[in-house]
Structures are given as structure tokens and as C-alpha cells.
Design a protein around this ligand. Structure first.
Ligand SMILES: O=C(CO)[C@@H](O)[C@H](O)[C@H](O)[C@H](O)COP(=O)(O)O
Ligand SMILES: [Zn+2]
Length: 196
């Protein structure tokens, strides 16, 4: 194989492994995962729901995690109420066209969010305006917020009850970390709400 390609792949593996090693060694991260699970499980037991949103790759995460909860993760059990706010092109284009892209998630939270629901906000930069506007809407509606972002935290950190900051400034590495933590959350929510 061409050396350049070989080197690139090795370097990417190196960065990814370093990222995961840091996360695995972070006691605070495990603590935060426990807190986020408690928030979600408490909300679900109260008959509330979990809303997810993000842009680009993080929109895929939002849909992926909502799917794990509504369908199943490790085992068969009743569906859990979760909605990705990234999927309905009529809603997204109407809001984008009539109010502007910055309002794509805020407007949906205004429409669907109820006090005690949980919003999972995913932004690697922590600076996407539609996510930040959604946090304003959560404040107004009494929706609790769990954030997923990167090392800098952007403008999200102080605005989330729990904020996962993957220790990297590279978008793909941050997304890989999010994906791992998101899977842990889904697995733990499933086993807490429906113990085997
Ligand atoms: O998946 C990737 C990069 O890996 C991209 O699609 C990325 O998600 C997009 O550029 C997003 O718009 C980035 O938004 P954010 O994570 O900063 O909120
Ligand atoms: Zn990507």
C-alpha cells in the first residue's frame, strides 16, 4: 500500500486510541454517565420522553440513539419514548424556510417539549446556533438538558445539567467518543428501566 495512506491510517488509529484511553481513565466521565442515566430514567419513569438533535454526523447520532430506545438495544422489552428532531423534512424545511435554520430544533422543542422531558443536545463545536437556540427553548419549557460536545465545550457547558466533553478538538474523534457514550447511555437506560 502507498506509504501516505498507510501512515494516515496509523495516525488516525493512534488519535482514536488516545482519545478512548483518556475517556476510559476519566473517573469524572463515569460519574457523569451515571448522572445522565439517572436523569433519563427518572424522566421516563415519570412518563416523560427524550428528545435528540444534532447537525450532520450528530444528526445521525440523534436518530441512532432514538432508534435504540424506541426499538430495542441489547434485549427485547417495551419501547421507550424518544424522538429525533432531525428526521421530518417537512417540519425541518418549513421551520428553516419560514423562521430560519437557527430555529429548526427550538421550534420543535416549543411544539413537542413538556416540562420534565430530556433534550440530548449534540454539537462537536458546541457552537451550532440551532442547538444553542434549542437550549433557550428548553429553559423556557422546563426541559432538562444533557449535552454532548468536544474539549472546548463551546457555548454549551454552562447550559447543560450534564455536559459530556470528549477530550479532543477533532470533529471525527469527538463524534467517535459521542457514539461510545451514547451507546453506554442507551444500554444503561434499558437495563435500569427494564431490569432482566
Ligand atoms: O460528520 C461530520 C464530520 O465528521 C459533519 O457532517 C459535521 O457533523 C457537520 O459539519 C456539523 O455541521 C458540525 O456541527 P457541530 O458538531 O459543530 O454542531
Ligand atoms: Zn462525519
Amino acid at each position: 500500500m502507498e506509504t501516505r495512506i498507510n501512515d494516515f491510517i496509523r495516525a488516525e488509529f493512534g488519535k482514536s486510541l488516545d482519545n478512548f484511553q483518556r475517556m476510559a481513565a476519566d473517573d469524572g466521565l463515569r460519574e457523569q454517565i451515571g448522572q445522565a442515566v439517572a436523569i433519563c430514567v427518572g424522566a421516563l419513569r415519570e412518563g416523560r420522553k427524550i428528545l435528540f438533535a444534532g447537525n450532520g454526523g450528530s444528526a445521525a447520532d440523534a436518530q441512532h440513539w432514538a432508534g435504540e430506545l424506541v426499538s430495542r438495544f441489547y434485549y427485547d422489552r417495551p419501547g421507550l419514548p424518544a424522538i429525533a428532531l432531525t428526521t421530518d423534512t417537512s417540519i425541518l424545511t418549513a421551520i428553516g424556510n419560514d423562521y430560519g435554520y437557527d430555529y429548526t430544533f427550538a421550534r420543535q422543542i416549543e411544539a413537542l417539549g413538556q416540562k420534565g422531558d430530556v433534550f440530548v443536545a449534540i454539537s462537536t463545536s458546541g457552537r451550532s446556533k440551532n442547538i444553542l437556540r434549542a437550549l433557550d427553548a428548553c429553559e423556557e419549557k422546563g426541559v432538562r438538558v444533557i449535552g454532548f460536545t468536544g474539549a472546548t465545550g463551546g457555548d454549551m457547558v454552562d447550559r447543560c445539567e450534564v455536559c459530556f466533553r470528549v477530550p479532543s478538538t477533532e470533529t471525527p474523534r469527538i463524534q467517535e467518543g459521542h457514539e461510545f457514550i451514547g451507546h453506554l447511555l442507551c444500554a444503561l437506560i434499558e437495563s435500569e428501566v427494564f431490569p432482566k
